[in-house]
Design a protein around this ligand. Structure first.
Ligand code: NAP
Length: 275
């Protein structure tokens, strides 16, 4: 079992949603924390709460992971503070919603930079140090969207397919070492994931607290893959692997059309999410 007690975990996207829930659950399990996101005030408030409720050390490192030198700056900041990261949780993520050709292009690029490039860069920088020390952990938050093409979330699902493939390959490269790697694949989770658009979440989304606790349980057990959300998520991901790709794209497209993702706008109706 991987022990969280006394280690130091860096969580990206810790200011809200699944990342905040992971930080809370890690603190509850005795891990010291480095919280990363852009919203410094939210991170400071969370840090103060976790220090007082759980007695763990919590550092706030406000950073925009879209900056091309973000990972380098984070590594330098950690070094300046004398911090060593035992577990890296790459959670920060975003996704463009809507018909690819009728919606702005930029959010697609930003999501690839955040979900893919920043994740890889942090993994490379902090993972190299873990390998040199001979121990550590890397936990990448992907999505059930990773398992099939998803019309109206096209670049988002593709970015999460990257995370799935990259994490599986890295886990195999590190087999036999004490650096453990896992991808978690939540399904729809009740966060602010869709706050930038009018897209809304269907009923039955998992809570971020449940997703966080199950993700950490699976990582501690040594799993290389985790489905921490609703029970049907694992089965759906399995079925997607069996069906022809065109068929899964059609099914996913029908699903997202029913959710109204083919006609989203920027206006926010009700904060909600799926991923
Ligand atoms: N919610 C779902 O249904 C669902 C399902 C499957 C997978 N996921 C995945 O779970 C992860 C967390 O999603 P969530 O639902 O919790 O989303 P969320 O509530 O929107 O939270 C996203 C987090 O990422 C941070 N972030 C965004 N842009 C950033 C940037 N440029 N630099 C640094 N941090 C940044 C945000 O903090 P700041 O805004 O303060 O920077 C925030 O803490 C994502 O990888 C998402 O793809 C979500």
């Amino acid at each position: 079992m991987f022990e969280y007690e006394g280690i130091t975990t860096l969580v990206t996207g810790a200011s809200k949603g699944i990342g905040e829930a992971l930080a809370v659950e890690l603190a509850r399990r005795g891990s010291h924390l480095v919280l990363v996101a852009r919203s410094e005030k939210a991170l400071e408030e969370l840090a103060a709460r976790l220090r007082s409720e759980h007695g763990v050390r919590v550092e706030v490192l406000s950073a925009d992971l879209l900056a091309t030198d973000a990972a380098e700056r984070i590594e330098a900041d950690l070094e300046a503070r004398g911090l060593q990261v035992d577990l890296l949780v790459n959670n920060a993520g975003m996704g463009a919603v809507g018909p690819f050709l009728s919606r702005p292009f930029e959010p697609n690029v930003r999501s690839i930079q955040l979900n893919v490039v920043a994740l890889m860069a942090l993994t490379h920088r902090l993972g190299t140090a873990m390998l040199a020390r001979g121990r550590g952990g890397i936990l990448n938050v992907a999505s059930v969207a990773a398992f099939q093409p998803m019309p109206f979330q096209a670049s988002y699902a593709a970015s999460k397919s990257f995370v799935l493939s990259f994490t599986e390959a890295l886990a195999e490269e590190l087999r036999g070492t004490d650096v453990r790697v896992m991808a978690a694949h939540p399904g729809a989770t009740d966060t602010g994931f869709f706050d930038a658009s009018s897209a809304e979440m269907h009923a039955g989304a998992a809570t971020p607290e449940k997703v966080a606790a199950r993700t950490l349980d699976d990582f501690a057990r040594g799993r290389s893959i985790s489905f921490p959300g609703n029970r049907s998520d694992r089965a759906l991901a399995f079925v997607s692997r069996l069906l022809p790709r065109a068929r899964t794209a059609r099914i996913a497209g029908d699903f997202n059309r029913r959710a109204g993702f083919h006609q989203v706008s920027d206006a926010k109706a009700i904060p909600a999410s799926t991923g």
